[in-house]
Design a protein around this ligand. Structure first.
Ligand SMILES: [Zn+2]
Length: 552
């Protein structure tokens, strides 16, 4: 009896100790972070041998092998049954457009020159696409947004017709922050949304009127899509509707079309910014053709996990894209390898370092941590989209997504940027962790560009999972905010999506990357010891989706 009592006391002590350990400890795991830890992964993944890590290439094979090795070495469990890989079936569509487009108006006909005046392509796989005197309809911004009581398609018959819409959303440039989100871009302002909505409306084609300022980039960026091959998810088994043609017209071309239609451009465009605007047929007929080649292939997401001790069926997903642009057009130095050191060997390195920190902890997390390195982000967020549509872990059991696309290469910053500020409670977690180490969070410097809709966390957001996406701060510890801003502008001008995005010790200082990775680690760690569920904030585009399935 005495022996039994003794055993029970010991058992009780063991249990209470274990329980005591399983709480959030800000310091636990931090000592495993190091500059060299992150640096080594970046050096390897961005080396020329990895040929820019484009899906379907030798670079993909090397990257997957490297990541699987690292996941195993870290002691992560396979995230997809017995496997570290999730197959992502895709199709590469190469459209070759006829060199011109005929426009027939009541006053006569004229020809638009492909590439110079407009850029079109297709998301369909049929071998030829023909536009044969198709009606053109102007539909304002091409937006259906019930929460803003806005419907550009109301009362318009666009079925099997070509729709012409304006770029961005009505809030941009309105100086009215309650019209959509003012200058902050909403998802309705993104071209991807406009393509999706036109397809939902059954349009045959969609053309967006380009404009430098509201688009945020010049027409040359759009021109890169001329006769280029693009990747899409293989949806043969699902048979969704895509427009036969999608694309852009230049601003002068749009004005020319309006003139031919006898509709005043300036008054129509300003009317389209007002609620209740009605679009109209332009009485123009468009004709052109496209020939299409498609190639089916498979690429892979890499997924590993650390099973939680107490709530193993509740998940926190770290995501980062492993892919980049591969081999392409030579730069002025003749370099053709798009190494993608910052974009996104660095984020991948950061996530591996965070996984290592979780494995090093004294207390095992209560919730399960998922480490998802996704494919084909650069081609349209496809790896994360595929995961979100085919989740291995159910969305109603997924607590949060923390996405890393690029880490800070400029040294220690006082701030860390929250992209899409005001979206979810996750920013409050980040705020708290930043404060605890004498740092602060700041809003993104360029909310007009809609970065919240431009990396992988967005695919989680679309299915309602609260998602945190941060950016490099600019408030440099020693050199101040001007210096930080200058470095970021220089990155966009000289290195972003160019062969020069290489690892370079003379330019890079990863001490700030370590500090940012620690913050993101602590946010996930805190969540992993909680039973709470962070929410979307009031006014977020994604709140309704989440609430609909979480209330059940
Ligand atoms: Zn990226």
């Amino acid at each position: 009896m005495k022996k039994l009592l003794f055993t029970l006391v010991i058992l009780a002590l063991v249990i209470s100790c274990a329980e005591k350990e399983a709480t959030f400890n800000r310091e636990d795991g931090l000592s495993s972070f190091s500059v060299t830890g992150i640096e080594n992964h970046i050096k390897i993944l961005s080396a020329d041998e990895f040929t820019g890590r484009k899906p379907f290439t030798e670079g993909e094979r090397k990257t997957l092998a490297y990541l699987e090795d690292q996941y195993r070495a870290l002691g992560l469990e396979p995230g997809n049954g017995e496997s570290f890989l999730q197959e992502v079936p895709m199709v590469e569509i190469t459209s070759t457009a006829a060199p011109s487009m005929e426009v027939k108006s009541k006053k006569g006909s004229f020809t638009l020159e492909g590439l110079k005046d407009y850029v079109i392509w297709t998301e369909r796989t049929q071998e030829t696409i023909e536009l044969k005197e198709e009606d053109l309809i102007f539909a304002g911004f091409g937006i259906v947004a019930p929460e803003y009581n806005w419907n550009d398609y109301a009362g318009l018959d666009v079925k099997d017709k070509i729709v012409l819409v304006m770029v961005n959303d009505p809030g941009f440039g309105s100086e009215n922050s309650s019209l959509f989100k003012g200058n902050t871009m909403t998802y309705y302002g993104r071209w991807t949304y406009k393509f999706e909505e036109a397809a939902r409306q059954g349009a045959k084609g969609l053309l967006i009127v380009h404009d430098d300022v509201p688009a945020g980039y010049g027409f040359w960026v759009v021109q890169n899509s001329w006769n280029a091959s693009k990747l899409y998810l293989d949806t043969r088994d699902k048979n969704p509707y895509f427009c036969a043609t999608v694309g852009w017209v230049s601003n002068p071309t749009a004005k020319k079309l309006f003139e031919a239609a006898g509709i005043d451009w300036a008054t129509t465009v300003s009317a389209a910014r007002q609620p209740g605007f009605k679009g109209m047929p332009m009485n123009l007929k468009l004709s052109t053709t496209l020939s299409v080649k498609s190639r089916y292939d498979k690429t892979y997401n890499v997924i590993g996990k650390i099973t939680g001790a107490k709530q193993p069926d509740e998940y926190i997903i770290y995501s980062t894209h492993w892919d980049h642009l591969g081999i392409g057009k030579a730069d002025e130095k003749g370099d053709t390898i798009y190494n993608g050191a910052l974009d996104n060997a660095s984020g991948t390195a950061g996530m591996l370092e965070i996984a290592k920190a979780f494995k090093s902890m004294k207390a095992k997390p209560n919730r399960t941590l998922i480490f998802l390195a996704v494919t084909a982000e650069e081609q349209g967020l496809w790896g994360s989209e595929y995961y979100a549509q085919n989740p291995i872990y159910p969305r109603e059991k997924t607590v949060a997504n923390i996405n890393i696309d690029g880490i800070n290469p400029y040294g220690k910053m006082k701030d860390i940027v929250v992209v899409g500020i005001g979206q979810s409670d996750l920013e409050d977690y980040l705020n708290e962790e930043a404060k605890a180490v004498g740092r602060y969070t700041s809003p993104e410097p360029n909310p007009v560009a809609g970065y919240y809709f431009r990396s992988d966390h967005f695919c989680f957001a679309k299915v309602g999972i609260p998602a945190l996406y941060t950016g490099t701060g600019i408030d440099h510890f020693e050199k101040g905010a001007e210096y930080g801003k200058q470095l970021q502008d220089e990155y966009v001008a000289k290195y972003y999506h160019k062969p020069s995005d290489e690892y370079d010790t003379s330019r890079w200082n990863l001490e700030g990357a370590v500090e940012d990775a620690k913050l993101l680690f602590n946010v996930g760690k805190k969540l992993s010891f909680e039973t709470t569920w962070p929410q979307w904030k009031e006014g977020s585009e994604f709140k309704a989706v989440r609430d609909a399935y979480m209330k059940k």
